[in-house]
Write a protein that binds this ligand. Structure first.
Ligand code: AMP
Ligand code: MN
Ligand code: MN
Length: 332
């Protein structure tokens, strides 16, 4: 066993990858829709590891338009191809950070057509799919699972691979602050940093840089936040709502809101933080965070989403008030 994954499964994954180190093999890597640092970083880091081993014919993709927010620009993005161009029946499919097939959009069809499929993930809510499932709910990031597999394959972390895996690790651990930040996480980080990557520059780009319009936008949305001390069985819930009008007013793209939940969840009087980010009329990307008193992934799963005990999300439909009421009801 390593990280809750059976030795037999590691060996099968290693064999499946060695089998595609040959000319003409078609290998498709896919991560979840609207990818975050872990989804993209674990996939692109892994892709470069496979290239180092001699895998050719590699494709990387995710559902939806191929827009990567500027703070998440990283090495090997030239491997990204739109989902429509993905191999119809690859010899090997590997998925990253996707807890359910719905997170893979139309690419989920490749789970049926691929000769072999490996699922790399760390969501406790993972629904169990793919021919081989390497899921470790105790891993701080999918990148931890991906790095274990790369090291078993004998891949050396060059700076480009290391940058991708480091971005994945630093985003999913909240800069090494969250509970799953184990000695193994720091040991992996040490090996990645040891390759010569510029940690300060990467962190500044990802966490500490935003347009002035976004600073003003955050102020406005936070200014309207509400605190409901009775919610979550008395643990308290803080809620903030960012609309498309807010984004338009400050001329900001939606991705700038990804960082906003970190300001909302600071609220001392609330165990649960809830941020609604409007996607369309009556459609919201909802972020949930807990300080420990509540399992927010259970709430997210009940409302059609997923995630982790302390960080989860779902797509909410209806008015903002209706979505908040649904969350409140599931916390009661
Ligand atoms: P976020 O609030 O977007 O940072 O997401 C927090 C966690 O919830 C991530 O680990 C995601 O995997 C999960 N998550 C967010 N949105 C969804 C969704 N619509 N469906 C399933 N899982 C989600
Ligand atoms: Mn993710
Ligand atoms: Mn993740």
């Amino acid at each position: 066993m390593s990280g809750g994954i059976a030795e037999r499964d590691w060996a099968e994954a290693v064999a499946a990858i060695k089998a595609v180190i040959r000319p003409g093999a078609q290998v498709l890597l896919a991560c979840h829709v609207n990818p975050d640092g872990d989804a993209l970083g674990s996939m692109l880091g892994f892709a470069q590891g496979l290239q180092q081993l001699g895998v050719t014919g590699l494709q990387c993709s995710f559902p939806g338009p191929l827009n990567v927010p500027e703070p998440l620009h990283m090495p090997a993005m030239d491997l990204l191809i739109p989902e429509e161009k993905a191999y119809e029946a690859p010899d090997l499919l590997v998925t990253f950070d996707a807890a359910s097939i719905s997170r893979l959009g139309a690419l989920a069809r490749r789970l049926d057509t691929a000769a072999m499929s490996i699922v790399l993930d760390h969501h406790a809510s993972n629904s169990g799919f793919g021919k081989l499932s390497l899921v470790d709910p105790d891993a701080a990031a999918t990148a931890v699972v991906a790095a274990r597999l790369l090291e078993r394959l004998g891949v050396a972390f060059d700076p480009a691979i290391a940058e991708c895996l480091y971005i994945a690790l630093v985003t999913d651990t909240g800069s090494f602050k969250f509970d799953l930040t184990t000695p193994e996480v720091h040991e992996l980080a040490a090996r990645l940093v040891g390759s010569g990557i510029r940690v300060g520059e990467i962190s500044r780009r990802i966490f500490d840089t935003r347009p002035f319009g976004a600073v003003k936008l955050f102020g406005e949305v936070l200014g309207r936040a509400t605190l409901d001390p009775a919610a979550a069985k008395g643990g308290g819930m803080v809620t903030a709502v960012a609309t498309l009008d807010d984004l338009a007013k400050h001329n900001q793209p939606g991705y700038v809101l990804e960082a906003l939940i970190d300001s909302v969840r600071c609220t001392a009087e609330a165990d649960v933080a809830c941020l609604l980010k409007q996607v369309a009329v009556n459609e919201w990307a909802v972020s949930l965070r807990s300080k420990g008193g509540v399992d927010v992934s259970a709430v997210a799963v009940a409302l059609g989403g997923g995630g982790h005990r302390l960080a989860a999300g779902f797509t909410g439909r209806g008015s903002a008030g209706e979505v908040i009421e649904a969350v409140r009801a599931h916390l009661a």
